[in-house]
Design a protein. Structure first.
Length: 309
């Protein structure tokens, strides 16, 4: 077991979202028409760090639907993000471990996504070994299903091209060492697997049968098959689980050169080192806390792996 780093983030309660009553009446009617029945209950999903509408809707006919929505006027950036998510969801192969996009409404100054409802829960926090095992196994299976990546995606090399430069302006005491590692990222992250890149507890749904669905496909790239399996470990590492033992027994990670894992950790550490210092956005009061926590987790993890004091 590693030493847990206490998190200041209220997991599952990080988002300030629009509620059902905040949507314009014409949009509510459109959603009900798409769902096929009047909405009788709306349960806002408070995890995540964006302010858009995201609710599980229960209809009069007993059906449930997950719906996301953002105004193209008041929430332009998030509306565009939902457009991107809809486009990426349509690119996924049929057997990808993801809720399906049922419909898209992009009109009337709103972008609205109707997504398959999944009867499931997020992993418990602090992370528990059984939840980590289920999520990890699902990502191994997903890597096989998602290889080769569909055409039209950016590569991981392109997506992360600017990240090594984060270390250039850093005052981190190991900035030079981390920057030297991160600069070698391209050959390490390259690959032909569709990689989610944003694997964390609030983007995972664990079903009662043990299967797992991966949500929020905004940032997929074509990259190395093991990347998502590594990204998954940030939260468990911070919560005190022995991720090094997990890596040693992992079907994908055990075959990766330890130096390559260090290169990716240094790469994403630079991102969080920079992001955590940005101003706190009004619409997301916990996002910098979450980034700072991941920064601290990655710093301790990399220092341990490299033998830095």
């Amino acid at each position: 077991m590693s030493t847990a780093i206490p998190s200041p983030v209220p997991h599952g309660r990080t988002a300030r979202r629009l509620d059902w009553v905040h949507l314009p009446s014409p949009i509510r009617r459109t959603i009900e028409q798409r769902c096929g029945s009047p909405v009788v209950r709306a349960d806002s999903q408070r995890a995540g760090f964006t302010p858009g509408f995201a609710s599980v809707l229960t209809c009069a006919d007993g059906s449930r639907h997950f719906v996301k929505a953002a105004s193209t006027k008041a929430q332009r950036g998030f509306a565009e993000a939902y457009r991107v998510e809809a486009r990426k969801l349509r690119m996924l192969p049929p057997d990808a471990p993801a809720p399906r996009l049922r419909w898209l409404h992009d009109a009337d100054d709103w972008v609205v996504l109707g997504i398959e409802y999944v009867d499931a829960r997020a992993p418990y926090r602090p992370w528990e070994p059984d939840d980590l095992a289920a999520a990890s196994a699902a990502l191994v299976d997903a890597a096989a299903v998602l290889t080769p990546a569909p055409p039209g995606l950016d590569s991981a090399v392109e997506e992360f091209a600017t990240w090594p430069a984060y270390w250039d302006a850093s005052d981190h005491p190991r900035a030079a060492d981390c920057g030297a590692l991160a600069a070698r990222y391209a050959a390490v992250v390259d690959g032909q697997t569709l990689v989610h890149t944003d694997v964390r507890d609030d983007n995972l749904l664990l079903r009662p049968d043990g299967s797992v669905a991966l949500c929020d496909w905004n940032w997929p790239v074509a990259g190395a098959a093991w990347l998502d399996s590594l990204f998954l470990l940030i939260g468990p590492r911070g919560d005190g689980l022995d991720v090094e033992a997990h890596i040693a027994a992992h079907p994908l990670l055990a075959a990766v050169e330890p130096e390559h894992i260090d290169i990716v950790i240094a790469l994403i550490l630079g991102h969080f080192e920079t992001s955590a210092r940005l101003p706190v956005p009004r619409y997301s009061p916990f996002v910098r806390d979450a980034q700072a926590w991941q920064r601290d987790v990655l710093h301790d993890w990399l220092a341990e792996r490299r033998g830095w004091g």
